[in-house]
Design a protein around this ligand. Structure first.
Ligand SMILES: Cc1ncc(COP(=O)(O)O)c(C=O)c1O
Length: 441
């Protein structure tokens, strides 16, 4: 067996520490990433990660499509491609977006390496250090990571059970603009929000668009979960009613498979041109092979039927989680019942701190993501994100049972040792989306 050793003279200390660009100071491992190594142990029920459950995919169909692709178009699939993305796939992407009321031209679509790269490219072309981006409170940890890396200042705006709160958005825009600062865009996840699990109501959408139009602020609509509603038709995208003021991001990660890393941005024409330039400098082109594989899948398989199956599978898991929470959680905890997507946002009884609780939870073989991961400013300590997408319903129930055990222990400790237990938790713990006001238990 070969023994890998470090070259002599190498050290675990980073000798480049004083040479990195200032922007790397914002690049820290997300709380989710640090968790993955622990949470992936088989004995731990992970309610932490947001991995789509792709066990239901017809691997034989996908395999045949990929085999056919290599046989009939292998030299194109394995070659460099266009910086904007494969024209046939861009055409098919327009069909996908039509399900949400978007009428778009394939020329305005840029294919990206997952929608994560689209967030990065949009930020790259719009944001200078010190610019402001407005985000929901809480917001997607991967986007917050991008904003940090580009030294953007995030201003969080309240959500309630109907999504972004219009009056809070108006107020935040006015405050930032009055301070003479530039808001580059409002980043929103309108459907089955990650991590809050809420959906922007249809009534609220025009109001949000109107506020942004009036203030001349661009909207970045990130929508990887839009087709994963459990009981409802897809919501009309914000982009469908505001082609010039919205950049829309989509992804095949949740409706097909994340391993292909195919997502896209639909942007006003001039912005699209800049995005292609940014894409070319980042990757030359998105991977031809992945794009053509996705394209072949869309062409040869009943992808709409497949999404329906995914929705049913996730609905069953959502039900298992909500039922388990209803049965076992102490009454002082609050959570929402998502109508689609992967996530429940749970707020703990007063005085508990999810992050401080996490090591004990992992010892009890259950994992979650503490709410602080989803805020740029240290809030969210009393909350956590619970994902139901990946484990089986039985494991979800077992995970909730373990979690409840940990919470009850924490409550007991708190009663024994008093309020000083988590003195490090910031004040105003539950600012932002604080769960529904009605008692759902
Ligand atoms: C809100 C949101 N945006 C973007 C992404 C990135 O997805 P991908 O890069 O796989 O398309 C995710 C993944 O979880 C997400 O939840």
């Amino acid at each position: 067996m070969s023994q890998l050793s470090r070259p002599s003279g190498s050290t675990r200390l980073d000798s480049y520490v004083d040479r990195y660009a200032a922007r790397t100071q914002g690049m820290t491992a997300s709380e989710i990433r640090a968790l993955f190594s622990v949470a992936s142990r088989p004995e731990v029920v992970s309610l932490a990660g947001g991995m789509p459950n792709i066990s239901g995919l017809p691997l034989d169909v996908v395999g045949e499509a990929i085999e056919g692709l290599v046989r009939t178009a292998g030299t194109t699939a394995m070659q460099y491609g266009s910086g904007q993305g494969d024209p046939r796939l861009r055409d098919q992407i327009c069909d996908v977006m039509r399900l949400e009321g978007i009428e778009a031209h394939p020329d305005d679509v840029v294919v990206t390496v997952g929608s994560q790269q689209a967030v990065d490219l949009v930020t790259r072309i719009f944001c200078d250090p010190g610019d402001v981006v407005i985000c929901e409170a809480p917001s997607y940890v991967g986007a917050l990571g991008v904003f940090k890396a580009y030294q953007v200042d995030v201003v969080h705006v309240e959500m309630d059970e109907h999504g972004l709160v219009p009056s809070s958005l108006r107020e935040a825009i006015a405050t930032v603009q009055a301070a003479g600062r530039r808001i580059k865009f409002v980043y929103t996840i309108p459907n089955y929000h990650n991590p809050a699990g809420v959906t922007m109501s249809a009534q609220r959408r025009p109001e949000i668009l109107e506020i942004c139009r009036e203030a001349d602020v661009l909207v970045l609509e990130d929508n990887p979960y839009g087709l994963l509603g459990f009981d409802e038709e897809p919501y009309r995208a914000l982009r469908a009613d505001e082609p010039d003021g919205v950049i829309y991001l989509g992804s095949f990660s949740k409706t097909f498979a994340p391993g292909f890393r195919v997502g896209w941005a639909l942007a006003p024409h001039a912005v699209r041109e800049k995005l292609v330039l940014a894409q070319e400098s980042a990757t030359l082109c998105p991977p031809s092979f992945s794009q053509m594989a996705v394209s072949a899948y869309l062409e040869n398989h009943d992808w709409v039927g497949q999404i329906k199956q995914f929705r049913e599978m996730y609905r069953e898991r959502r039900d298992a989680m909500v039922e388990a929470l209803d049965d076992m959680m102490p009454p002082a905890a609050r959570w929402n019942v998502p109508t689609g997507g992967f996530y429940v946002w749970l707020t703990l009884p007063d005085g508990l701190d999810a992050k401080a609780m996490l090591p004990r939870a992992v010892t009890s073989r259950v994992a979650f993501v503490p709410g602080t991961a989803f805020f740029a400013d240290g809030f969210g300590a009393q909350s956590m994100r619970l994902s139901y997408c990946y484990p089986t319903p039985e494991r979800i129930r077992e995970g909730v049972r373990r979690l409840v055990g940990v919470i009850e222990e924490e409550v007991e400790l708190r009663e024994t040792f008093g309020t000083g237990l988590h003195a490090a938790a910031p004040p105003g713990l539950t600012r932002g989306y604080d769960g529904p006001t009605t008692d759902l238990t």
